[in-house]
Design a protein around this ligand. Structure first.
Ligand code: GLN
Length: 423
């Protein structure tokens, strides 16, 4: 395999002797998911030499199911980004157009599936990092309900928001992978028993009788070309027997702000362990411990990670905590309520996954705020801990468009069913 698209940080095969539902399948695993004995960098120079002593629960389950892991995929550093360009190992190129980004932060995983380097992939989604690259690479990605999939062995970025989830060429394949990785894990107390269903069997392609709500707020900001494809896909679902109606989620106007305050606050705490003593590259032995930590973090972290640690520390500091962190938590609560109310009237919600087609390489790096705003349609789902799927919905100017379907908590079945009518 020549990796001219820079999809893998580490190309190493991890065979399995399991004989389960994934026997004979190859899978690419995002490089923030721990693999025993195989380097796990999180796209960071800080962890360039880190080799985990244990497997993440999802990796144990992949092995039991018979999957062969083909490598660890490139990603934005610690998951912080929307393009896979903040990786210390260079950007991944989009297999559909090599001048463009694959999306992020699980860009290597989505590109691996799109390029045919693996049958399946695992990503992680804190604010869109599975759905965005799935949309930008023309494949399927599922962000599970918070608590459906174990985070044991996932290197934390913002632990109250994130889940590991599947990326695949079809909804049915993604659902079959979700069947393998989901369910309670004694190592992660936030997990719960999987509902007694087969997600793969839910991919029936039958949307007859389903009510799909379209939140106007999540369509307004999108490019015309994206909205056109989105509307076409909705018409197709209507033609197959679904009902489409407009709904409103007024609180999502605050989602990007709330998300970035919460994500950066949690990141500033989670990344404190990378000090060259507990984890990460050594800061040497000159001077006192504070100077040694500073040297480790100065050399080990990239600009985006430093920016977020600084802002997160600020948002949590005494005197500012009520003004930023507490307000963001209030907004999060309001967003949850809005979704709950919407689900009293509709079965699923639909929106464009990303407001634009994939960016040109280098385009968004110089303007972090613009990059954060691209997450407008994906972050509300993480704030509300809900499940969502991104499925391919046509092309605009030859570039892929993704359609997002959001379900009620632990309602993976219904988004899989609806998504399978399109992909
Ligand atoms: N783009 C978002 C961020 O930078 C989401 C990242 C993610 O889901 N890991 O935080």
């Amino acid at each position: 395999m020549t990796d001219s698209l820079n999809i893998f940080v580490t190309e190493e095969t991890i065979e399995s002797d399991g004989d389960g539902p994934l026997a004979g399948k190859t899978i690419a695993v995002k490089d923030n998911i721990s693999t025993k004995g195989v380097r796990t960098t999180c796209g960071s120079a800080m962890l360039e030499e880190y080799v985990p002593p244990y497997d993440a629960t999802v990796v144990t389950r992949l092995k039991e199911a018979g999957a062969t892991i083909v490598g660890k995929t490139n990603m934005d550093e610690f998951g912080m980004g929307t393009t896979t360009e903040t990786s210390a190992y260079g950007p991944t190129l989009n297999p559909l157009d090599e001048d463009r980004v694959p999306g992020g932060s699980s860009g290597g995983s989505a590109a691996a599936v799109a390029a045919g380097d693996a049958d399946l992939a695992l990503g992680s989604d804190t604010g869109g990092s599975i759905r965005c690259p799935a949309a930008f690479c023309g494949v399927v990605g599922i962000k599970p309900t918070y608590g459906l999939v174990s985070r044991y062995g996932l290197v934390a970025y913002a632990n109250s928001l994130e889940q590991i989830g599947p990326i695949a060429p079809s909804v049915e394949d993604a659902a079959a992978l979700l069947d393998v990785i989901s369910g309670q894990d004694p190592h992660d107390a936030t997990t719960r028993e999987k509902p007694d269903v087969s997600y793969a069997d839910a991919a029936t392609g039958d949307v007859d009788g389903l009510t799909i709500g379209v939140p106007t707020e999540l369509v307004e900001g999108a490019d015309d070309g994206v909205v056109e494809q989105f509307d076409d896909a909705l018409s197709e679902l209507e033609a197959q027997g679904a009902t489409v109606e407009e709904v409103t989620l007024p609180s999502v106007e605050h989602a990007v702000q709330a998300y970035y305050v919460i994500a950066m606050s949690e990141a500033s705490s989670n990344l404190a362990r990378f000090d060259g003593v507990r984890y990460g590259i050594s800061g040497g032995f000159e001077g006192n411990w504070n100077e040694a930590y500073a040297r480790s973090r100065e050399a080990g972290f990239g600009d985006e990670v430093k920016r977020r640690i600084l802002l997160g520390t600020y948002a949590l500091s005494a005197g500012y905590h009520d003004r930023y962190y507490k307000k963001a938590q209030d907004a999060r609560e309001w967003i949850k309520q809005d979704f709950n109310e919407a689900f009293e009237d509709v079965d699923v919600l639909a929106s464009p996954t990303m407001p634009t087609p994939p960016f040109k390489l280098g385009e968004s790096l110089s303007d972090p705020l613009q990059m954060y705003l691209a997450d407008a349609n994906t972050v509300p789902v993480n704030l509300a801990n809900l499940p969502a799927i991104s499925v391919p919905a046509g092309e605009t100017d030859g570039l892929p468009v993704g359609l997002q379907l959001i379900g009620p908590a632990f309602g993976e079945e219904v988004i899989i069913r609806a998504g399978s009518a399109l992909a």
